[in-house]
Design a protein around this ligand. Structure first.
Ligand code: GMT
Length: 378
């Protein structure tokens, strides 16, 4: 198939999933065209089946807000027509699904039918999409898509609850490249971070409020009161400065490190004993899946789709949002030397169920259905 993928190219779950999907599809012999405003971060190599088309928004003094959606639409029209795409797959509804709808109408006026598949990732529904500023457009463009997928059953439930959706939403969970995300031999790194054999806790996120990084620090304080432990925080975002200050106020700053944005996150995960995900909202929790693939169990909240991934008492433990005391108790239970080996093994085994090879065929099926639906109505 000739597939167009539209996504946000930056660090962050939806862009990572879209890029990894494109790479996997290219390996399976499809030609994949990325349409976005800059080169996706994980698309930094040559493959004969992968193409990148940059969306350029011309500047003009009148534009206080450059009309990205229009430039994106025009680029989609151009690429569908000239590269003869079979399907357009847009990741994150805002503004990709509505741009795709407009592109579809323009192409139809030129006698070209293009099926559109929209994948909902989370905040496009749970946070931003619900806002009255966007809701009518989000509802309409989801209903106009020829295929709709969500990354968890919980996100599908929320979508039906908050939007008047007439379409079947197919749940296709996120996936993982188990060859890249696996425990690596990094004992020198571990010895540098935890020289006395301390337990090593890890958190990775974009440091937004929804991630509750403050709870990460408070859980760490509780754990460290009972056992020797260190904490690594990977990523960057709006709450980072506040968290650095809080770490000093809580007097734990000597036992933790803020590592910033890292491309090779699997190297850090390889030395971890426990991953902390105290999120307020999480449609899936890709960062937890990456940790589990590296044999790191997860202490998390029960937010959104997390319980569809993290199995309480098996791959980690689950608490209510904000219940730091319970998460401390759970962390200590998982980290207990009697329990840790079985949690680590179970985390990896669970991650294997989300292997890219198992999940990508579901997207191929979704594309085939969308192509068939459009050819029937043409
Ligand atoms: O978590 C974020 O804030 C980033 C966001 C995104 O769209 O990049 O992540 C969402 O999509 C990921 C990939 O499908 C999911 O694993 C995350 O759980 C989801 N985040 C939220 O729902 C808050």
């Amino acid at each position: 198939m000739n597939i167009g993928i539209v996504c946000y190219p930056t660090f962050g779950g939806s862009g990572v999933v879209a890029t990894e999907l494109g790479k996997a599809l290219a390996q399976r012999g499809h030609r994949v065209h990325f349409i976005t405003y800059s080169q996706p971060v994980r698309l930094d190599f040559f493959n004969e089946n992968l193409f990148y088309h940059e969306v350029y928004v011309p500047a003009y003094p009148l534009f206080q807000f450059p009309p990205y959606e229009l430039a994106l639409t025009s680029k989609m029209v151009d690429i569908v027509q000239n590269e003869k795409l079979d399907v357009l797959h847009v990741h994150y509804a805002i503004p990709h699904a509505s741009a795709a709808y407009m592109a579809k109408q323009i192409l139809r006026s030129r006698g070209i039918q293009i099926p559109v598949v929209t994948t909902l990732h989370g905040t496009d529904i749970t946070l931003v999409g619900k806002d009255a500023s966007f809701e009518p457009v989000v509802t309409f463009s989801i209903n106009q898509s020829d295929g709709v997928t969500s990354v968890s059953a919980d996100l599908r439930r929320e979508t039906y609850e908050y939007f008047a959706i007439e379409k079947d939403i197919m749940v296709i969970p996120n996936f993982i490249d188990l060859h890249r995300f696996k425990k690596q031999e990094k004992s020198h790194f571990r010895a540098a971070i935890a020289p006395e054999g301390e337990k090593l806790l890890i958190h990775t996120s974009n440091f937004r409020t929804v991630k509750r990084v403050e709870d990460v620090l408070r859980i760490f304080v509780g754990v460290r009161e009972k056992i020797p432990a260190k904490l690594l925080l990977v990523g960057d975002g709006p709450d980072r400065n506040r968290m650095e200050k809080l770490a000093r106020d809580l007097d734990v700053h000597r036992d933790l490190r803020f590592l910033g944005k890292l491309e090779a996150v699997e190297e850090v995960l390889s030395v971890g004993d426990l991953f902390l995900m105290p999120s307020e909202n999480e449609s899936f929790g890709l960062a937890a899946l990456e940790a589990m693939a590296c044999e790191v169990p997860v202490v998390s909240t029960n937010a959104g789709g997390i319980p569809e991934l993290n199995v309480h008492g098996v791959t980690g433990m689950i608490s209510d949002i904000g219940d730091v005391a319970d998460m401390v108790k759970n962390a200590l239970y998982v980290l207990d030397d009697e329990n840790l080996p079985r949690f680590k093994a179970a985390a990896r085994a669970r991650a294997e169920e989300f292997a890219v090879e198992n999940i990508v065929p579901l997207y191929e099926e979704c594309y085939r259905n969308a192509i068939e639906a459009v050819s029937v109505t043409a």
